[in-house]
Design a protein. Sequence first.
Lengths: 763, 160
Amino acid sequence: MTTNLVGTPVARVEDDRFLRGLGRYVDDVLVGEQTLHAAVLRSPHAHARILDIDVDEVLDLEGVHAVWTHDDLEGPMAQPLPLLIPHPALTHGRTQYALARDEVNHVGEAIAFVVADDRYVAEDAVARIRVSYEVLPPVVGIDAARAATHLVHDDVPGNIGARLEQENGDARAAIDAAPHRLELDLTVERSACTPLEGRGTVARWDPDSGRLQVWTSTQTATGVRAAVAAKLGLDLGQVDVITPDVGGGFGVKINHPWPEELLVPLAARALGRPVKFTEDRREHFISSAHERGQVHHVEVGFDDEGRLLGLDVTFWHDHGAYTPYGLIVPIITSTQLLGPYKPEAYRVVFESLYTNTVMVTPYRGAGRPQGCFVMERTIDAIAAELGLDRADVRAANFIQPDEFPYDQGLIFQDGRELEYDSGDYPASLAKLKALVGWDEFPAFRAEMAAQGRRVGIGLACYVEGTGVGPYEGAHVHVETSGKVKVATGLTTQGQGHQTVFAQIVADALGVRFEDVEVVTGDTRRMPYAVGTFASRAAVMSGSAIHLAALRTREKALRIAADALEVDEADLEIVDGLVRVRGAVDHHLSLGTVAVLSNPLRYAFDEASKAATQFSVGDPGKPPVAEDDEPGLEGRDFYSPDRSTFASGMHAVIVETDPDTAQVRILKYAVVHDCGHLLNPMIVEGQIHGGVAQGVGGALFERMVYDEHGQLLNASFMDFLMPYVTEVPESIDIDHLETPSPLNPLGIKGAGEAGVIPSAAVCA
Amino acid sequence: MTEELHDVRLVVNGVRHDLRLPARRLLSDALRHDLGLTGTHVGCEHGVCGACTVLLDGDPVRACLMFAVSAAGGEITTVEGLAGADGTLGPVQQAFRECHGLQCGFCTPGFLTTITAGLRANPAPTHEQAREMIAGNLCRCTGYQNIVAAVERAAELGAR
């Protein structure tokens, strides 16, 4: 290793273009007169049968090129959208059509698609479409779904999409035999990711090469590619999906394909012109996805020290009108609810319910904030019941450092055992208590009370399964200029992947950071990939990139050893130069090695000339050996047995105003363990943002539906996303690093962590 | 129905543009789609998020709440106009980079223009004033702590 960038706060390479206004987000692609613009007619009703759609007045409008309803769709496009993640317990999974057929099930569901010269004309056209509806009674909220007086889908009895039960031990018997028992009912409201950039897709059909190019604001380029190919009847090789800069995701952009991700490419091919769809803010509120809404009933039995003897949780998950993303969110809630604790017996059962509201797919944390909230409230209740310190009750239930790997006896979201790989929860708690001043708080509270001020303290602990499989891959290519081009297939929404992945390559390969260029989410560069979710990018692609860089290094050393006529073991790579240890002048550049790796007939550049003084390979054998290939490249994939489990604890001191109910955060402390840190500046940025989202969710944000299924606050005027004035002024962060044994860099994911306990800690 | 077009002269980042636009064309759309200056971003189109903030005759305005025809004759500065003539980052841009004041970058142009105007009016803000300066812009990624730090750092850089 010549450099040591991993673990240091390297400034981001992305920033320069963003700061100059030179980022390329999806709406910035193909700006120009050739591009046509789409708008969508969306249902004004939460539940209705479509009796008739009259588009006669639309095509008369100058500048309108197409108007489509479900009747205009054919073949796979006319079928329901895919159910991406089936599960045996999801007995009644339902997905929407690209354009509604016969029935709409939430306000905002797509009914008709218009393509016009510009968005203004497209919206004029949408306003001219006449739809006759038979309005049906809507099912709004978990209580209405459970009552099942009305059904969302006629063929889904009880509005129950799925029921899943898991048990480790005999929780009922343990609770019945416990010396103390409690019951709690807890509710978590709906919220949503609300990235500043909504959804958007641009497509261009090239009739000369028979290829489709799609730019889309997504968390999975390869997923969209497969979906577009399947729905449009194209070969995978005819579809390129390019993820441009993405203005935030937070989960909502992992769902795919959205109706517009199919309709835009279809229109581009049909009309022979580029077509663009850019979602507006109201559309994002009513036609993308929400999360969080759950109702829990907890029964718990415990001993005199507050140790959990039996824990029985029943919850109801509101999944909205459709289930394209399966049961991922409630499965995560049901398993990650356990956090760092080890109840002697645990049973959990959930029902995933249909309502006539926007569908639910993962939002940063993906069910964990709810589980964490329920578990932490339960422990607080136990502490209150026994008159014990809340921190002590937590400590009494921790999995101990010598108990790893620890099997929770459940099946996780990826179908693998819920087995924690590493962690040190007592050490985390000790750090947190010191950081927030836990033991000094009673004196502080008394001091404040003397001034007539009311303050409180909260803490919350979580464990987060990160780096979920199945795999990610990477390709590293050293050009003859010595520049290193790196590609990985998952996508980026602000996490600084171009920076951290370049750090990894610089260290592993021995090149200058400035010479590394990373591309993410472009299927032309890496067609095998899964996507960015579950805090998996650093773990999965970071590991794959590390492995691919090492393969490249191995090849460079082999070729250089041959050219320099030395032993590979005597070589090192420093700043892009392969040199003989102890004889710094005896070297050749990686660019020259790249030339030597590719026995060409033609010389193009200085590197080629430089290479002529060396000869590699056995003149008696083929120029490219049987088990070799030309080029200084390395490709590798990382596919772990199971997730790696990050953890952390938050504490907050708040002041409340009994007259206004205003809650002011006086101090916010975070202890965070994501294994080895790749870039502490970026990790802390992720924590800051996560905490802001968690505080927003706890104190300000909720989706307000009325009884008709109308979303009353579908704008930034009324949905109270925090401004600077609502978030903690500063966040004290301390890191603990318990490396993961599951991957070569010892890392765990960090993207979602900040949001998971921040609602629980404020409760 | 053919839309009536109007002659609109916009001076953007010191460059004059003569356009013929419908009266209803938003300034944000004119900048982005007619002039190709895509650095100005549209986050809500109802004036709340601040991502589309540009400077009109030096004052911050929400380009999504203004028709291009209403801005006719005005001098507009967008994020593309914040760097020095030699290409060096301006003090606010430099401060954002140093303080990790951005993640996805989508809201960033609106913060940069807002703070540029804010520091012009108040070159040495207190911590509380630095917070107030950005209290009308939404960011979903950063939690704002590093943006406040960037305001303070930009004030330092600007004072040099």
